[in-house]
Design a protein around this ligand. Structure first.
Ligand code: IMP
Length: 429
């Protein structure tokens, strides 16, 4: 096969990098978009013609009426969310029929997983992760324990009853503590699941071969990342991470395709940083400026509404996640949120116990003690908001971009200067 005409779009920070907009922008030139990880804990916000869409489970390509959308077995699928998203899009005039495909092996998130998520996180006390409570951790734990319920199970009611029995037994002692057993009532569970039989019958397929066929026949496919590299189950700041691989490797295991089907890899990062939920964040801003930046950037969780923690761009982490993912080109988002600042800080190394360190992985014990060493750059007066050509940016904004590129050695190919699809500067292909 010639080099595959496919592109992955991956988050390089703690999620919420603005991948939705970049994916939507790229979808136009693609035939299909595939989700390989995460679940309804993700929230991709896309603004089309002034209308805002927040997609939690469906690939962002769904907003383009001629694109196919795949959900791989690496995704945890909450059927309730899937059904609601499909019906909401229908109400807003976006037809989805014949365009959505989900793998037989995709695990289902059930009500008991969402309850378990809350109970488990609360039981961690001060060490709580502050999860999204969308049932992601428990659903993936059941997958690993081989007691999970998958899409294919819905079609065999007898076998499903046995599997539900095992699942409920595993969760029961834990969940009865909260004195509400409705969510572990097996009759209810079986009935709820049979409700989705018709929906899944129209969507279910063997995703990997379908994607391979498309790529082999010259059709371009986009692999849509969810969350960000620093939330990867192994390479993020464990345990303050999500339960899937959010990095390149997750594409292959989450869709069932080999690496030769990946053409290029684009990484998305925000011009500053945010994190929602607990865990280390070396460049976090803790003074009054934090709320100013949060308001200006609209930094509230799109799924949970939680205020996001905000901080300066951390090049130590960015370099690491670029290497980890094998990123070919970069998209920087929300540059306009930094408009009007006198100075901008960028972290280029850490100080740990008096030592200067320029590469500490987020899963290293020292990471918790890393203090950022900043370079101070000049801010800009002339707004970048809505600018669509590179040479219309102020000298200082260009300097900021050039500084980042020089430090990390990977070209910036897309600059986002606003919410809308059109507020975008393209630098090269
Ligand atoms: P979980 O994925 O719901 O288990 O949450 C684990 C951690 O990942 C929490 O800190 C969440 O806030 C964070 N998280 C999960 N999904 C996203 C996302 O899409 N954006 C940002 N943070 C996320």
């Amino acid at each position: 096969m010639m080099k595959a005409d496919s592109i992955a779009v991956l988050g390089l920070q703690w999620g919420d990098e603005g991948k939705g907009k970049v994916i939507d922008f790229l979808s136009e030139s693609c035939h299909a978009v595939a989700r390989f990880g995460g679940g309804a804990n993700a929230g991709h916000t896309i603004v089309v013609n002034g209308e805002k869409f927040i997609l939690k489970l469906l690939p962002s390509g769904i907003l383009h009426e001629d694109k196919l959308c795949f959900i791989g077995s690496g995704v945890a699928c909450d059927p309730e969310v899937l059904e609601t998203e499909i019906s909401e899009l229908g109400k807003r005039g976006i037809p989805t029929g014949g365009r959505i495909f989900i793998d037989y092996g995709t695990h289902l998130v059930l009500p008991l997983h969402k309850v378990s998520d809350g109970v488990l996180d609360a039981s961690r006390g001060k060490g709580a992760l502050d999860t999204t409570k969308k049932g992601i951790g428990p659903a993936f734990a059941d997958r690993a324990s081989r007691i999970g319920i998958r899409v294919a199970d819905i079609f065999d009611r007898q076998a499903l009853a046995l599997k539900l029995n095992t699942l409920v037994n595993a969760h029961e002692s834990f969940l009865t503590e909260i004195h509400d057993e409705t969510f572990i009532d097996q009759t209810n569970l079986a009935q709820d699941l049979s409700h989705y039989e018709t929906l899944f019958k129209s969507l279910v397929t063997d995703v990997g071969p379908k994607i391979m066929d498309l790529i082999a026949s010259g059709k371009k496919v986009l692999f849509e990342g969810a969350q960000g590299a620093l939330l990867d189950i192994d390479f993020g700041s464990y345990p303050y991470v999500t339960s899937t691989h959010t990095t390149t490797g997750g594409i292959f295991t989450g869709l069932g395709i080999p690496p030769s089907y990946l053409g290029s890899t684009a990484g998305v990062f925000k011009a500053y940083m945010t994190r929602v939920g607990h865990g280390p964040f070396p460049t976090e801003i803790t003074d009054d400026f934090a709320s100013e930046l949060r308001e200006k950037g609209g930094e509230y969780g799109s799924v949970t509404g939680r205020p996001r923690r905000v901080g300066w761009l951390d090049l130590v982490l960015l370099s690491r996640t670029i290497n980890l993912n094998g990123i070919d080109k970069l998209a920087i988002t929300k540059l306009d949120v930094l408009d009007g600042l006198d100075e901008i800080y960028v972290c280029e190394s850490y100080e740990i116990d008096g030592r200067k360190v320029s590469d500490v992985p987020p899963n290293h014990p020292d990471f918790y003690n890393a203090r950022p060493v900043y370079t101070k750059l000049k801010g800009w007066d002339k707004p970048t908001a809505g600018i669509r050509e590179l040479d219309k940016l102020s000298r200082e904004a260009r300097d900021y971009l050039d500084y980042i590129t020089e430090k990390i050695g990977v070209p910036i190919w897309l600059i986002s200067t606003g919410n809308s699809r059109d507020d975008t500067i393209l630098v090269g292909d």
